[in-house]
Design a protein around this ligand. Structure first.
Ligand code: HPA
Length: 264
């Protein structure tokens, strides 16, 4: 089964729900096997992948990001819409806010973060990240949300930490000085691998809490899941409308100049 568009669901987004005729497929890659649901909306095939597994069994640092992106590429996916739950570093982005992320800062430490490890046919490759998130997909997301009358931040910088622990207030203060708006644990290397594989990738982040030291209370995963639970239907709706309103042609910087086989 094939699909050109995929949704990657983060915390609190574990099932495809509004996708019709969903079928579970297991996709084999050079990096491991991946469970993907494929169905359709308005006759458009859409794949759904739960980043943390269907029961949130995988912590951020153990997600097999390379297998996930390779599997999506293997089934024909060219464009990915992904959600992430984030903590906010800005008073103007209280819990419940939605942001289209346009930049990231990588503060991860110990992840398999590249397809270009020097062992495949392409040898040493350095990928440009001037515009890390697909400009065309961001524009479509923006227009869908404007049309629906949703209030959201049109851009934002996401700092990705290693986790699974939350941050210290001192870290959050430093991250704010670096220019980060929100903090999460999963967007890197997902976004970078997507670009290395030549796929378009856009991220919608939902603020589930103020970050450590800004929040009036200590942080819990329960709080994150609860806030996500209140907005998940809206995010699904935004993604489905974005998926069906995508023009067929990719007009962006994300594709590979020459295709290459992923894996060894
Ligand atoms: N920090 C890191 N990851 C998160 C947070 C946070 O405050 N909230 C949701 N995901």
């Amino acid at each position: 089964m094939k699909a050109k568009i995929a949704i990657i669901g983060g915390t609190g987004f574990y099932d495809a729900k509004v996708i019709n005729n969903p079928e579970e497929v297991e996709v084999k890659t050079a990096y491991g096997k991946v469970q993907i649901t494929i169905g359709n909306v308005n006759k458009i095939a859409i794949a759904f992948l739960a980043r943390h597994g269907g029961k949130h069994e995988l912590p951020p640092h153990r997600i097999n990001y390379r297998a996930n992106i390779a599997a999506l590429k293997n089934i024909g996916v060219a464009r990915i819409l992904a959600t992430t739950a984030v903590g906010s570093l800005k008073k103007e982005l209280p819990p419940g806010s939605i942001a289209i992320i346009d930049q990231f800062i990588d503060f991860t430490k110990n992840r398999e973060h590249t397809f270009y490890d020097g062992t495949n046919a392409n040898g040493v490759v350095h990928t440009d990240f001037t515009d890390p998130y697909c400009p065309q997909l961001r524009e479509i997301l923006k227009n869908v949300m404007l049309e629906k009358g949703i209030t959201f931040a049109k851009k934002g910088t996401y700092i990705c930490t290693e986790g699974p622990r939350y941050e210290t207030p001192a870290e959050i203060k430093a991250f704010a000085l670096w220019g980060a708006d929100v903090v999460g644990m999963t967007n890197v290397p997902e976004v970078t691998l997507a670009r290395e594989a030549g796929l378009c990738y856009a991220n919608l982040s939902l603020v589930t809490n103020f970050a450590a030291g800004i929040s009036s209370h200590t942080l819990t995963h329960r709080e994150v899941v609860e806030v996500m639970g209140k907005k998940i239907d809206l995010i699904r709706e935004i993604f489905m409308e974005t998926a069906v309103s995508m023009p067929a042609a990719r007009e962006c910087c994300c594709g590979l100049k020459e295709d290459y086989p992923l894996g060894k």
